[in-house]
Design a protein around this ligand. Structure first.
Ligand code: FAD
Ligand code: SIN
Length: 537
């Protein structure tokens, strides 16, 4: 039997939970999430949420900083909407119980943080554990709501749309391009469930796992972009992969971020000999825009042959550091690095996907009844390089806007009856005995993406990556049809497709802009390329 719901939300990070809380006022909501309910980038967010909350700041300045960071291709209307709706969304979070840090002894004055590219202090945070606090409070609200049902360890495989059914050899009477829910793998039983929904919302986060080194948690395998693309959704700006300049460099540390807020509070980047180097790259020095800092570190490492650079905050003293950055302090200590006394070894790592499924000002994709919110979406806010801490803000603003629009579409759609779709048919697939193939392919993708489609690209490297990904895609295709699906295989299939989309967008853009730097076209071409890179199936 299919599971019927008004709204199907795929993902339980900030975007999915915030959307669900509003949507539950107008219908039933099923949230499917592929691992434990808190597992997603939201839970690991450190720096905070950017918004204009200080009388000394202004919307005009936040807009200007976002546009400058985006390097000429932000959608200015969207930037205005997000910045101006920001403070209301922050106050809503507070009404849900989120506790942000305040200045010492000042219960009403936020302790606003600063990060690269911001001309003012404007980042609300909960020390260096902002995401954990936001996730916890939103989740608590969602779990007490009788209209919301949360399905943990349920991984969406594919959207149910005309394209997906035809691809699976199923004849459909449906003529329009709409979405009616998703097929979902239940981890505990390996059963494939059919979720039928009047409105489907992809909130599945980013794709950092496509690179060998990343700040992202394991869930970030680009499932949403891959599912959307397969179903016929337009995808934009995938070449703009943001590399965070400072992730911890330690053989035992898996993807641990050292927040940009550390530099915002006076942290300084140093080379191995203890020399500052950012002043020779940009007038904003250590607080330059993220693309510039990551590229500068990359150049330093190539120039010196060193394995890492260093970030020093020790001059701020133990009291300040342990109060402001308790999580970073403790985590580094667990690796025997005392950040109150010594610099932190750091390297850049893939961090954020500025591109994604193309959406309008209400979070709608080009498929009827399908919305996309959060990191999976390309709304036009970030352009060629996201301004730090604008991502959680974007998710909050679009979750609200999408919920308002989806409620209208739900009412209109009710006259059309409930969507129908056949059960998942595994065909003649059998259990695989060679799962090792999956992990080999996975490793290979992450390696060549790091080596050929990383911070600095060339035409030759992109062509090499394209050839590699084509071969892997072929292997996956054979494998996919012969064997029963598993979570690893599904993630590999998505990862390979996302890699292909990044390579395609990067190869199309014949200039350098923001996060996309190609040595064969080192300058910006504002005559032709001041636009998004949009692709679809
Ligand atoms: P996520 O929070 O990643 O949630 C995605 C959800 O989708 C998860 O529940 C996941 O399990 C689920 N999912 C994925 N695929 C499937 C599937 N196939 N089926 C079912 N469920 C699925 N941004 C800021 O603005 N400020 C910060 O301070 C900040 N710090 C960061 C620190 C780190 C370490 C990282 C990694 C990112 C940071 N970012 C920050 C970026 C920001 O956290 C993310 O962009 C944002 O949290 C994304 O929210 P989301 O709801 O779109 O996705
Ligand atoms: C950080 O704390 O440095 C991450 C902020 C972000 O990605 O916006």
């Amino acid at each position: 039997m299919p599971i019927n719901t008004d709204y199907l939300v795929i993902g339980s990070g900030i975007a999915g939970l915030r959307f669900a809380l509003d949507a539950a006022q107008t219908g039933t909501v099923a949230i499917v999430t592929k691992k434990e309910k808190t597992e997603g980038s939201t839970n690991y967010a450190q720096g905070g949420i950017a918004s204009v909350l200080d009388p000394d700041d202004s919307f005009a300045l936040h807009i200007k900083d976002t546009l400058t960071s985006g390097d000429g291709i932000c959608n200015e209307d969207i930037v205005k909407v997000v910045v101006e709706e920001g403070p209301r969304r922050i106050h809503e979070l507070i009404s849900f119980g989120v506790q942000f840090s305040h200045q010492e002894g000042q219960k009403k004055i936020f302790d606003l943080g600063r990060e690269g590219g911001h001309s003012k202090r404007r980042i609300v945070h909960t020390k260096d554990l902002t995401g954990r606090e936001v996730e916890k409070r939103l989740l608590a609200r969602a779990e007490e709501n009788p209209n919301i049902q949360l399905y943990e360890n349920h991984m969406a495989i594919d959207l149910i749309s005309k394209s997906t059914l035809i691809r699976r050899g199923i004849v459909t009477k449906q003529t329009d391009q709409s979405c009616w829910g998703a097929y979902v793998l239940e981890a505990e039983t390996d059963a494939i469930l059919t979720f039928l929904a009047r409105i489907t919302v992809l909130c599945s986060g980013g794709a950092g796992k496509v690179y060998r080194y990343t700040s992202n948690p394991d869930i970030a395998s680009g499932d949403g972009v891959a599912m959307g693309f397969r179903a016929g959704v337009k995808v934009a700006n995938m070449e703009f992969v943001q590399f965070h300049p400072t992730s911890l460099y330690h053989p035992l540390a898996r993807n641990f971020l050292i927040s940009e807020a550390v530099r915002g509070e006076g942290g300084i980047l140093l080379d191995k000999k203890g020399n500052r180097f950012m002043e020779s790259y940009h007038p904003l020095k250590d607080l330059a825009f993220r693309d510039i800092v990551a590229r500068s570190i990359d150049m330093e490492l190539k120039k010196t042959g060193d394995q890492c650079v260093y970030l020093d905050i020790s001059h701020k003293g133990k009291d300040f550091i342990t109060h402001r950055f308790p999580h970073i302090h403790e985590t580094c200590l667990s690796f025997h690095i005392d950040i109150t006394r010594e610099p932190i070894p750091v390297v850049p790592a893939a961090h954020y996907m500025c591109g994604g499924l193309l959406t309008d000002e209400h979070g709608r994709t080009n498929l009827k009844n399908l919305f996309a919110i959060g990191e999976v979406a390309c709304t036009g806010l970030h352009g060629a390089n996201r301004l730090a801490s604008n991502s959680l803000l974007e998710a909050l603003v679009f979750a609200r806007r999408a919920a308002l629009r989806a409620a209208q579409e739900l009412t209109a759609g009710k006259q059309e009856g409930f969507p129908q779709a056949p059960k998942w048919d595994p065909g003649s697939a059998t259990d695989s005995e060679e799962l090792v193939v999956v992990s080999h392919n996975w490793d290979e993708i992450r390696r060549f993406m790091w080596n050929y489609v990383g911070i600095v690209r060339t035409n030759k490297r992109l062509a090499r990556a394209k050839r590699r990904v084509e071969i892997i895609q072929e292997e996956i295709k054979e494998y996919y049809w012969d064997f029963l699906v598993s979570q690893d295989l599904l993630e590999l299939r998505n990862l390979a497709l996302v890699a292909e989309l990044i390579i395609t967008c990067a190869s199309l853009r014949k200039e350098s802009r923001g996060l996309h730097f190609n040595l064969d076209y080192p300058s910006q071409d504002n005559k032709f390329w001041r636009q998004d890179t949009v692709i679809w199936k």
